[in-house]
Design a protein around this ligand. Structure first.
Ligand SMILES: [Zn+2]
Length: 313
């Protein structure tokens, strides 16, 4: 159990939650600790290689040699969900954990640490990344740390410390049964610091789209404080469909601050504003200019940058 508690505490540090309360942050637009002011406490949040970004497919460089291999996707795991005040985060109890390698991470070996979700008040916005300014209702982040660093806490001190697989969630009228155990656990842990076990074991594969070989890759950062620029982002092109009712369950998670927008302490939105791409290049394992389908319920809106007023969304 000692190993488990180490993982839990280090995962919190990665998400920037310092338990003693000296630092805190939130997703409010107009708050001194809000999303536009993270850089005040965490200077790296104002860096030049931040995430998330908009993927502009016309400027993506196709690289057919890019591969991602995720091992252990079909292993079943006893799994828990924890509300950490910013998101619903999933952890695996048992080892070995899934791992990730491939040319997309220069052949280095990464080990699974946790996964979590970002969502919005309504399904027209919620993902952190977008493709040609089209957002999805939610986005899942599977966080892997470089295994040779031993643990995630050490890994975040290195430029190649993390690889994060980003998965867009598209809403549909029917629920996705693969997500039922996870959604059940989220529903059981609505309060800040609450933890709940999934009623049945799951595999990571059941949370992913069928095709994991079509993806975008770029270098970026954690999308939460302290915003370390240590992440190889692997954004899967194909979304996973989950039910609108399932999405709604995330929006009832509670945070440790009162939301100014909704006047409640629900985590009704937990996506960061997008960062400019600056000098970075996004590569893709496929040609995104050949087949691109716009999700039914998403609408194209311009990405919004820090200090730029962004009207109604
Ligand atoms: Zn995330």
């Amino acid at each position: 159990m000692g190993k488990v508690s180490t993982l839990v505490s280090s995962t919190f540090i990665v998400l920037g939650l310092v338990v003693n309360g000296i630092h805190s942050w939130n997703y409010e637009d107009e708050d001194t600790k809000g999303v536009f002011r993270w850089g005040d406490q965490y200077p790296e949040c104002d860096g030049l290689n931040q995430s998330p970004i908009d993927i502009e497919t016309a400027r993506v460089q196709v690289n057919r040699d890019l591969t991602v291999e995720i091992g252990g996707l079909d292993e079943t795991h006893e799994t828990w969900i924890r509300n950490n005040g910013h998101t619903a985060q999933l952890g695996l109890l048992d080892s070995p954990k899934p791992n990730l390698t491939g040319t997309a991470v220069n052949g280095k070996l990464y080990e699974f640490a946790q996964l979590h979700f970002h969502w919005g008040e309504k399904s027209d916005r919620g993902s952190e990344h977008s493709v040609d300014s089209v957002f999805y209702p939610a986005e899942m982040h599977m966080v892997f740390y470089r295994k040779q660093y031993g643990d995630i806490e050490t890994a975040v001190k290195y430029k190649d410390g993390l690889a994060v697989v980003g998965v867009f969630l598209q809403n549909s009228k029917t629920n996705n049964p693969n997500y039922d155990p996870l959604i059940y656990a989220v529903r059981q842990a609505p309060d800040y610091k609450a933890k709940s076990f999934l009623p049945s074991e799951i595999t990571l594969r059941q949370l992913l789209p069928r095709n994991t070989q079509k993806f975008y890759r770029y270098s970026g950062s954690l999308t939460t404080p302290p915003c370390d620029e240590i992440v190889t982002w692997i954004l899967l092109a194909d979304p996973v469909e989950i039910g609108e009712q399932q999405l709604e369950v995330f929006r009832h998670e509670r945070t440790n601050y009162v939301s100014m927008r909704s006047g409640s302490n629900r985590i009704d939105h937990n996506y960061r504003y997008q960062a400019p791409i600056n000098r970075r290049i996004v590569e893709s394992s496929f040609n995104p200019r050949i087949s691109f389908s716009t999700p039914l319920n998403a609408r194209a809106i311009k990405p919004f940058y820090k200090n730029v007023f962004f009207p109604s969304y």
